[in-house]
Design a binder for this molecule. Structure first.
Ligand SMILES: Cc1ncc(COP(=O)(O)O)c(C=O)c1O
Length: 278
């Protein structure tokens, strides 16, 4: 496997990162995941714009973001991933400072920039049969709009889902559904698509944006409005939105059945329309 590290394309075995790296010590960094469909990057600009924003919010000086398109394409090419689906992972940390101190290291400290590409198996069976979720308290910090590598609450929630035989954990904060551990959440009420409005409590998902743009073309009314946990049982359909999940029907929440227990009509219409864009 060929990876990119600090300006060089090298084998993964050769790639080493300092134990002083602030990503390792403090989770002081950001990341992005860009999907490649048969060698074509999907919405790379949106992902790179979001990464630039995440860096700005954390006061990490952004490198040349446009270069990541070329880097991603080369990783896909060099790892012979042009024939199928793949994900490109990019991570930038505030770099390695010699002494562990919370405050920022000296200005001239080079960032650590890492990227790799790996194959992805599209979740055809889950799209067909639907997925299951659990609801779990949102114990994350109040800057979930930053795509930070500090993902411990997401990791714990996702593991909790797995141990309960579910596919994703969806967070609830003060009775309101925020988002999944690695997806945005949306539901259909009386034909209308409802999803949490953009705020510091959710990541502004690229898939969410694509879906919101698709809705008017498909005649689906949209409401960016909080979904209360207490109202979820009245939803006709539920879905997860994310780079790998795309538009994923949800047919079970905490063991109870959504709608008639099979993927919803509006959800599948959105999934088909989304797939046509890829
Ligand atoms: C917490 C969280 N919310 C939402 C998303 C969905 O974002 P996107 O559609 O850009 O993949 C992700 C993706 O990783 C995520 O980690």
């Amino acid at each position: 496997m060929i990876v990119y590290l600090n300006g060089r394309f090298i084998s993964k075995e050769e790639a080493t990162i300092s134990p002083d790296d602030r990503g390792f010590l403090f989770a002081d960094g950001v990341y992005e995941v860009i999907h490649s469909y048969k060698g074509r990057l999907f919405r790379a600009e949106d992902h790179l714009d979001r990464m630039k924003r995440s860096l700005r919010e954390l006061r990490i000086k952004a490198p040349d973001m446009a270069s990541f398109k070329e880097i991603s394409e080369k990783l896909i090419q060099d790892n012979t991933l042009r024939n199928g689906d793949a994900n490109v992972y990019i991570q930038i940390t505030r770099g390695a400072a010699f002494i562990r101190k919370h405050a920022f290291p000296p200005e001239e400290t080079p960032l650590t920039i890492y990227a790799c590409a790996s194959p992805v198996e599209p979740p055809h069976e889950k799209w067909e049969k639907g997925s299951s979720i659990i609801l779990t308290p949102d114990i994350r910090w109040a800057r979930c709009d930053i795509k930070s590598v500090a993902l411990l609450a997401n990791v714990m929630a996702c593991q909790q889902a797995k141990e309960n035989g579910a596919d994703e954990a969806v967070f609830v904060r003060d009775g309101v559904i925020t988002e999944g551990s690695h997806t945005n959440f949306s539901a259909i009420f009386d034909g209308q698509l409802v999803t949490a409005p953009k705020s510091n409590y959710i990541l502004p998902g690229v898939t969410r944006k694509v879906v919101l743009d698709l809705c008017p073309e498909l005649g689906i009314p949209v409401k960016e409005f909080p979904i209360f946990e207490a109202d979820l049982k009245h939803a006709d359909e539920c879905m997860l939105l994310g780079t790998t999940a795309e538009v994923m029907p949800v047919v079970q929440v905490d063991g109870w059945q959504v709608g008639n227990g099979s993927p919803g009509e509006v959800t599948m219409k959105l999934l088909r329309a989304f797939r046509e864009l890829t």
